[in-house]
Design a protein around this ligand. Structure first.
Ligand SMILES: [Ca+2]
Ligand SMILES: [Ca+2]
Length: 147
């Protein structure tokens, strides 16, 4: 999407905040190659970084944004894509430090119902227990109050 579209979408998410300048900054930050265009994944990274805490709403939005096939749960590929987005947002080079998806499932899913899918409940419980994901959120000003 173009910068103009980005700013208008962004302002719709935050109608009460003066986000124009920040939207400019974020657009330029995300538009690594200077093409003047960013994609939706990049856009939603911006939305999560600008929330001030990990509210339920944000956690749900991220979850359903990551659920690309719309079946209300995250499989391993969807979790991998999501963790890459979150880690990259936190400045982690995922080519050097790829997300440990199996470890994530061991920690999050195996301790719950072990059905090899991440539900919205499991997802909300998980971020607080993933240091790299939590740091990525905290780095952008999230408060630590997850839940
Ligand atoms: Ca899914
Ligand atoms: Ca599960």
């Amino acid at each position: 999407m173009s910068k103009k579209k980005f700013k208008s979408l962004y302002e719709r998410f935050y109608p009460k905040a003066n986000v124009g300048l920040f939207a400019d900054l974020m657009f330029d930050y995300l538009d690594h190659d200077g093409s003047g265009v960013i994609d939706f994944v990049e856009f939603y990274q911006v939305i999560i970084v600008t929330e001030l805490c990990l509210s339920d709403k944000v956690m749900e939005w991220v979850f359903y944004g990551a659920d690309t096939n719309g079946n209300d749960s995250l499989d391993r590929q969807e979790v991998a894509d999501l963790l890459v987005a979150v880690y990259e947002m936190g400045g982690v080079d995922t080519r050097v430090h790829p997300p440990n998806v199996d470890g994530f499932f061991d920690r999050v899913d195996a301790t719950q119902d072990a059905d090899d899918r991440i539900t919205i409940t499991e997802w909300k419980d998980s971020v607080a227990n993933d240091p790299r994901a939590r740091n990525a959120f905290l780095k952008f000003g999230f408060r630590q109050s997850v839940s």
